[in-house]
Design a protein around this ligand. Structure first.
Ligand SMILES: Cc1cc2nc3c(=O)[nH]c(=O)nc-3n(C[C@H](O)[C@H](O)[C@H](O)COP(=O)(O)OP(=O)(O)OC[C@H]3O[C@@H](n4cnc5c(N)ncnc54)[C@H](O)[C@@H]3O)c2cc1C
Length: 451
């Protein structure tokens, strides 16, 4: 069995490791770095920048604990080197795991030249591989609207911001979804003045309004200006910066703009249609619950598959594909349920959720039990001098089964794992209440909300 993978992001990387472990002969073709855009541009650099910003904003919090410090000035060169160091370290770690599993790593750009054939353009020339199974996991890239004047020094995509050459004096962030708000938080913490253009009436339009309200309150406390109900339609250069035009006639001046208006799949030039693989009108590759495309031995995963664009989802797809390729999906195999994927937003406070949302339950008239506990009553939150936020658990009133939940507050992205396990395993609120937890910890708020 020969398995050829195009794209070594979380999906391709995980599929390669797991399939090799299961005895499959694996070739992975990657044009940039093993670990993918997730490590080079997206998850890792953004969180590393946020960690630097967190260091600055923690000065305020620790001042309340009696630690007197001055400064908080950021050296962008150090930030840049640190991010490059983390990326390099992760790339090496990923490469070592793959090579220790005898995965053949090919550096180059690959495309399908038939249903069972892949060609890779490498520095040494073209190489052709014949495969029994193929995974296409080439990810996505930032969407750049036609109206966005592209001036790499002033108009940034998320890929130019780690960090930019100079800290923007006044950054106008266009797009108020997860990526947009993380960049607002990042640059506001680093000391930039920030304006956020919000197309609807709340930031994070798809999230629970109570959750979005906590974030908006924090933004307003930090002087972030929210321009609500406006869509950007143009960017013009001025002598010392730029202006962003909105569809309602408003114009915002800033020194820089950052585009966070979604992504587009990397499906062009891959030879998919020629190999008989269906590609939808937006460029995504539709898949079934085994991540198979319409051509059964060709799989697609990660951002390219148009499912939840999360690294964690991509690697879980990779894991399931490896099992399926070996004819696995054995007794232990469980179908991937995208509804159970937790997600997090690394702002301050952090935001995380999983499973059923309150609004979605109300929309379909489903009876739910909602319990909410604020961190203001958590001893650990008070000790850490950050009692913002809450834990909310949604359960089935008849059975007590945990259906979902949201957490806003310090370490929410870590704490949500408890609810993610509960939702995936079908645990009841009583199972959380009956678990002994360390005191004093933030997780105690979970047990309290479960009562
Ligand atoms: C700013 C930002 C922050 C994010 N933060 C998070 C986060 O904190 N947590 C989270 O879960 N998700 C996060 N995401 C989403 C996450 O990055 C993606 O969902 C994830 O990277 C998708 O993984 P993937 O396997 O599709 O591949 P990618 O990580 O997109 O990698 C695809 C790989 O394919 C390679 N490739 C493409 N075409 C070819 C070709 N023809 N030949 C060879 N190689 C090719 C590319 O070089 C790339 O390395 C973030 C996204 C953005 C934009």
């Amino acid at each position: 069995m020969r398995f050829v993978i195009i794209g070594g992001g979380p999906a391709g990387n995980q599929a390669a490791t797991d399939a090799a472990r299961l005895g499959v002969e694996v070739t992975l073709v990657e044009r940039d770095i093993v670990g993918g855009a997730a490590n080079l541009w997206d998850c890792i650099p953004s969180k590393a920048m946020i960690a630097t910003g967190g260091g600055v904003s923690s000065l305020e919090r620790i001042a309340g604990m009696g630690v007197m410090s001055t400064g908080g000035t950021v050296d962008l060169a150090v930030v840049r080197d640190r991010i490059a160091g983390i990326t390099r370290h992760l790339e090496e770690a990923n490469t070592n795991i793959l090579t220790s599993q005898d995965v053949e790593l090919v550096t180059g750009s690959a495309r399908l030249v038939g249903p069972h054939r892949v060609v890779a353009e490498t520095a040494e020339g073209e190489r052709e591989f014949v495969a029994d199974a193929i995974l296409v996991s080439t990810g996505s890239r930032p969407r750049i609207p036609e109206w966005a004047l592209l001036d790499a020094d002033r108009v940034l995509t998320t890929r130019d911001a780690y960090p930019p050459k100079v800290l923007p004096e006044h950054l106008v962030v266009i797009g108020s979804g997860v990526t947009g708000v993380e960049f607002v938080h990042m640059f506001a913490s680093l000391g930039s003045q920030v304006t956020l253009i919000v197309s609807r009436e709340q930031v994070l339009p798809l999230k629970d309004p109570e959750v979005a309200a906590v974030l908006e309150a924090d933004f307003s406390r930090r002087g972030v200006r929210l321009l609500k109900g406006a869509r950007a339609v143009g960017i013009d250069r001025t002598e010392d910066g730029l202006t962003v035009r909105c569809d309602d006639g408003r114009v915002v001046a800033g020194s820089h703009a950052l585009l966070a208006v979604g992504s587009i799949p990397n499906s062009d030039g891959l030879g998919l249609t020629e190999a008989g693989v269906e590609v939808d009108a937006r460029g995504y590759v539709p898949i079934n619950h085994h991540c198979q495309t319409n051509v059964p031995h060709i799989y697609a995963a990660g951002d390219l598959s148009g499912k939840l664009p999360l690294s964690s989802v991509a690697s879980m797809q990779g894991r399931k594909i490896a099992e399926h390729v070996v004819g696995g999906h054995s007794v232990a195999h469980r179908h991937l349920n995208y509804d159970n994927a937790p997600s997090a937003i690394f702002t301050e406070p952090e935001i995380a959720d999983v499973g059923l949302a309150e609004a979605d339950a109300f929309a379909v008239g489903r009876k739910i039990r909602v319990t909410k506990v604020p961190f203001a009553s958590s001893s650990r939150a008070l000790i850490a001098n950050d009692p913002r936020g809450f834990v909310k658990i949604i359960s089935d009133p008849a059975t007590g089964v945990v259906l979902g939940g949201s957490i806003v507050g310090q370490h929410a992205a870590e704490l949500i794992s408890v609810l993610a396990v509960a939702v995936t395993a079908g645990l009841r609120v009583a199972d959380i209440v009956d678990s002994m937890l360390v005191h004093p910890t933030l997780s105690e708020a979970l047990a309290e909300a479960a009562e």
